[in-house]
Ligand binder design. Structure first.
Ligand code: ADP
Ligand code: MG
Length: 400
């Protein structure tokens, strides 16, 4: 894979595919980690006299402009981080984009509006995607892929565009891939994996491969209830992926056969209602054993005994991969489990990798020092698919 150093960028229009898909509360950015992560690549290109055209998706607009998913707040924040103006195009391949890019001088930066305001970006139709990639290609001379969080997507700006322009990987992708490579090749043991979060079906697949690599797998968050249900326990109205129960049972069986230690919550915080994440009004909840969840309640965080148990399972780790919060950390009453895992990683000497947009945001929002972790990845799905052993379209495209 070529790096930025291999490209002659001075005076050239360089298209940087970034992942600036940050969490927003209205138009307020609640965690700017992804912007800060790609800023060094942009700064390096600026320093070398490139005319930098940055593009990203944000959220899931339906192939047409939708103001709630505008990148305008991101342009402002990127400008603050870079300490220089960032021109903002109010469309992606239209008149505003063409004029904004044409006006760029050497060492100047522009951000295009959300790539997903165009149906071609995510289209499953190869020709439609390619047509959009050609429109994007007209805006640039060179391509730098640095949107690690999107490399598992076969999207126009990720997969098709690099084929149309001389290309290289940005520094963020180079770093992310280096870390993940380490997790698949030479890990210090015990290798402990912590999985949680809400995207249960997306995340179960990685366990298949991890059963061959990890020594211990700890399960929390919304994922835990499919496992508890598979073991025959009542899970009430907790998050449940009923169709995955056979898969989960197979994992538990294989873990036993191969000697991988599988650890499930022993207690959970339950409530009859999901907390109000806007007002953060105090929740009404109780702590119950994991096999005693009331039929009309849902599990929203791991309980205190589980927090202690998981901390002890992490204390002697040599390597940790963590993806997915342990509870609904956005509410202070259900943030304790996620904070306990983060604290255990900070306290351990393990090489720790945190993957997942919400997991990474949780670490920062809960006030942990990022530098105390080995690596905080900007890509959840991308890092999981890499660890699953899948080919990632955005990396394949950069290799060619
Ligand atoms: P990541 O972005 O780190 O990959 P996910 O997107 O899969 O993680 O999951 C993050 C979300 O999971 C958070 O918004 C959190 O509130 C939610 N979550 C965690 N535990 C539970 C639970 N027990 N029930 C419902 N949602 C949960
Ligand atoms: Mg998420």
């Amino acid at each position: 894979m070529k790096t930025i150093e291999d490209l002659d960028v001075a005076g050239k229009r360089v298209f940087v595919r970034a992942d600036l898909n940050v969490p927003l509360d209205g138009s307020t950015i609640t965690d700017d980690g992804r912007i800060r992560a790609v800023a060094p690549t942009i700064a390096k290109l600026v320093e070398r006299g490139a005319r930098v055209v940055v593009a990203s998706h944000l959220g899931r607009p339906k192939g047409a402009p939708d103001p709630q998913f505008s990148l305008a707040p991101v342009a402002a924040r990127l400008g603050e981080i870079l300490g220089r103006p960032v021109a903002f195009a109010t469309d992606t391949v239209g008149e505003s984009a063409a004029a904004t890019v044409a006006a760029l001088g050497d060492g100047e930066v522009a951000l295009l509006e959300n790539l997903r305001f165009n149906a071609g970006e995510t289209s499953k139709d190869d020709a439609e995607r390619k047509a959009f990639a050609e429109q994007l290609a007209a805006l640039a001379d060179l391509y730098v892929g640095d949107g690690f969080g999107a490399v598992h997507r076969k999207h126009a700006s990720v997969f098709d565009l690099p084929a149309l322009l001389p290309h290289a990987a940005g520094d963020l992708i180079a770093t992310e891939v280096g870390v993940l490579k380490k997790l698949t090749e030479d890990v210090a043991r015990p290798y402990v994996v912590v999985l949680g979060g809400a995207k249960v079906s997306d995340k179960l697949g990685v366990i298949d491969n991890l059963l061959k690599k990890a020594d211990r797998i700890l399960i929390g968050g919304g994922m835990a209830y499919t496992f508890l249900k598979a073991q025959g326990h009542e899970v009430g109205i907790s998050l449940l992926q009923a169709d995955q129960i056979p898969t989960v049972l197979d994992y538990l069986k294989r873990a036993e056969e191969t000697g991988v230690e599988f650890v499930l919550p022993v207690d959970v915080l339950v409530s009859s209602e999901f907390p109000d994440l806007k007002t953060k009004a105090p929740a009404t909840f109780s702590t119950v054993d994991a096999d005693k969840i009331p039929a009309d309640e849902e599990g929203l965080d791991i309980g205190p005994r589980t927090r202690e148990l998981y901390a002890s399972k992490l204390a002697d780790a040599g390597t940790v991969f963590w993806n997915g919060p342990m509870g609904v950390f956005e509410h202070p009453d259900y943030a304790g489990g996620t904070a306990a895992v983060a604290r255990a990683l900070v306290d351990s000497d393990a090489f720790s990798v945190v993957g997942g947009g919400d997991s990474a945001a949780a670490v920062r929002i809960l006030g942990f020092d990022e530098t105390k972790f080995g690596h905080i990845s900007t890509g959840g799905g991308a890092s999981l698919e890499y660890l699953e052993g899948k080919q990632l379209p955005g990396l394949t495209a950069l290799e060619g």
